[in-house]
Design a protein. Sequence first.
Length: 161
Amino acid sequence: MNADGFRHFYDYHLTENRKIWDDCVTPLSREQFTQDVDYSHGSVRDQIVHLMSVDDTWFSGLRAVEIPKPLNPADFGDRKAIRAHWDSVERHMREYLAELRDDMLFDKPLDGEDKDLILWQVLLHVVNHGTDHRAQLLRLLSDLGAKTPSQDYVFFVYDNV
């Protein structure tokens, strides 16, 4: 895979996040959005905050900026605050990816326990993590009665070629 391939794969990741937000999360009542669930990270809100927190953590490391503390869902008063923060995380991710070059993919850009990870492994992990949590989120949304879309990569490709 090359840098353009990763940019494409992240277009998929970020598009699917936005699609689920716009089509499934926005219509939920506040009660549905914050309803405690004994599954994975909890409520729809908590799943989303976890997803954006993890994306931000990994990309902060890649950008060599201070790693933020894990986000607390209770710190977000409403969906507007979550969306604003998520937009900021996405913007930083896209800025990093815009500068990604093929020769960087085999670098080991992180410190600490992740020092042996190769950049392409980190990039693949973040998208894979997002797919996993979107699947969990889609299950929660379905349980709440939402009509949930497919997040299959191939459908993204069909719509974006």
